[in-house]
Design a protein around this ligand. Structure first.
Ligand SMILES: *Cc1c(COP(=O)(O)O)cnc(C)c1O
Length: 367
């Protein structure tokens, strides 16, 4: 007998609640990955991803695998052994990019600032001038700290200095503006289970023409066979050459979730995330709970807050799950045992959920 899966309210750092329409899409008939209807669907997904990423980049597609597969795709394809890779580390996810670049043979330089804070444009430019990198990598939405890295103007400065700007947009895409072309971002990756509210399993990525030139100019083969864009682009492009079997039903789900995003409209969706964030922030303030991210730079979709003194971290999260069916996230890395991460991502960002988690927390904390 299979295990009964409970219904939860997903208010953690992802996955977020998945709308019924998206779950239904998963159940459509599986067809072949070279079926003309499926190829049409891939083209449609590319067009919708371009809208959500706000880009004209031809090389926009969904990688088979979660957000981390998108990260590896970006780095393995663009970084050649010996390349100089500058990465901003102010949480868990910048550290992962540094690790991945090192595995690809890059000379890695980290700019580190305390967790929860964001980089100024001046800090980045200074580091670029000192290190002279081929790549500059930043995390737009640091899910481990709730910090929202401003990106305006950084891409142009990085480009002027001859480097590529690479960005982790896993948590921001679909919940806050991600302006790939306007911000001159050369490559970015995301994931389906955060603000797109699709199950985990695909990673939307986009590469600028400059990034593709870098790929085409490589002297060595891409270190990963599975994630090699020089082959993947033939399947997503006109020749439709088989590389690996696309996760067909997951792509149905992604297509449906992108429809939901675009039907709501990007700006109204971002406004909804901001207003639900404010509602939660005000309610948490009444409970005496404070944010760990830098003032004025908090993410709308991920609220990282200090665990109140003399509160048992695990007990509270256990009670939320057992008594209310609510999942929130524990602290990660340096914030383990110190912070909670309350996500209001995509379909989960509703007034009902905000009121629910606030009243549940109030009840548990006072008991
Ligand atoms: C969730 C997340 C990832 C990793 O994505 P997975 O889907 O778990 O592989 C990477 N970066 C950030 C900022 C994330 O929030």
């Amino acid at each position: 007998m299979s295990l009964a899966i409970p219904e939860r309210v997903l208010l953690g750092p992802g996955p977020s609640d998945v709308p019924a329409r998206v779950l239904e899409a998963l159940g459509r008939p599986t067809i072949g990955h070279l079926d003309p209807v499926f190829l049409q669907l891939m083209d449609a997904i590319r067009g919708k991803l371009q809208q959500v990423f706000q880009t004209r980049n031809e090389m926009t597609l969904a990688i088979s695998g979660t957000g981390s597969a998108g990260m590896e795709t970006m780095i393995a394809n663009l970084v050649e052994p010996g390349d100089r890779f500058l990465v901003g580390v102010n949480g868990v996810f910048g550290g992962r990019m540094a690790d991945t670049a090192e595995r690809c043979g890059a000379v890695v330089e980290k700019i580190e600032i305390p967790w929860g804070r964001v980089f100024t444009k001046e800090q980045i430019i200074e580091a670029v001038d000192a290190f002279k990198p081929d790549h500059v990598a930043l995390v737009h939405a640091e899910t481990s700290t709730g910090a929202h890295q401003p990106l305006e103007g950084i891409g142009a400065a990085v480009r002027e200095r001859g480097a590529l700007l690479l960005v982790d947009c896993v948590t921001s895409l679909g919940g806050a503006p991600v302006l790939i072309d306007e911000w001159a971002i050369d490559a970015a990756y995301s994931g389906t289970q955060k603000c797109l509210s699709c199950p985990p399993g695909l990673s939307p990525v986009t590469f600028s023409p400059r990034a593709m030139e870098k790929l085409d100019g490589r002297k060595s083969k891409v270190q990963s066979w599975y994630l090699d864009l020089t082959m993947l682009r033939n399947y997503w492009g006109d020749s439709r050459a088989y590389h690996h079997t696309a996760p067909i039903n997951m792509l149905y789900a992604l297509d449906e979730s992108l429809d939901i995003v675009l039907e709501e409209g990007l700006d109204p969706r971002f406004a909804r995330h901001r207003s639900m964030h404010k509602l939660l922030r005000d309610g948490l303030a009444e409970l005496g709970i404070n944010y760990v991210s830098q003032e004025g730079h908090g993410l709308p979709m991920l609220n990282a807050v200090s665990i109140p003194d003399s509160t048992d971290d695990a007990e509270v999260r256990k009670a939320l799950l057992a008594d209310y069916g609510i999942e929130i996230g524990a602290g990660l890395g340096a914030f383990k045992g110190k912070a909670w991460r309350i996500g209001l991502m995509g379909h989960s960002a509703t007034r009902r959920n905000v009121e629910l988690v606030l009243s549940a927390l109030k009840h548990i904390l006072s008991a």
